[in-house]
Design a protein around this ligand. Structure first.
Ligand SMILES: [Zn+2]
Length: 115
């Protein structure tokens, strides 16, 4: 589970990536907010590490790869970070409701979380 500081940091880095854009004029250094230690392989559950490579057209791409060479699982960094960002945004919306104990406040929180 993410602690609050890491949560904020990951969210900041993810949105920085999201807003760095694809205007192509400047090479953007990817920040890999999910590395190290936050991402585990869906196939063997081993740790995954950040990598980058250059495609045929000279386009830099970013991915996470399983450390187990026999497994070789690889996922697109922007894809998985997009998914995580969605989850974090949802968590951020509901997180402030976690400490709420009064029924009336809970109802208010639930109403807000649904919208
Ligand atoms: Zn693996």
């Amino acid at each position: 589970m993410l602690d609050a500081a890491k949560f904020d940091e990951v969210q900041r880095l993810l949105s920085a990536n999201a807003h760095s854009g694809h205007n192509g004029s400047q090479p953007v250094r990817h920040s890999y907010p999910l590395s190290p230690g936050l991402l585990h392989c869906g196939r063997c559950a081993g740790p995954m590490e950040a990598r980058s490579g250059t495609g045929r057209l000279g386009v830099t791409y970013y991915y996470y790869v399983c450390r187990d060479k026999d497994c070789g699982m690889r996922i697109n960094a922007e894809e998985v970070e997009g998914v995580v960002l969605d989850r974090l945004s949802h968590l951020a919306k509901t997180k402030r409701c976690l400490g709420v104990s009064r029924p009336r406040q809970m109802l208010a929180c639930n109403g807000r979380a649904r919208s």
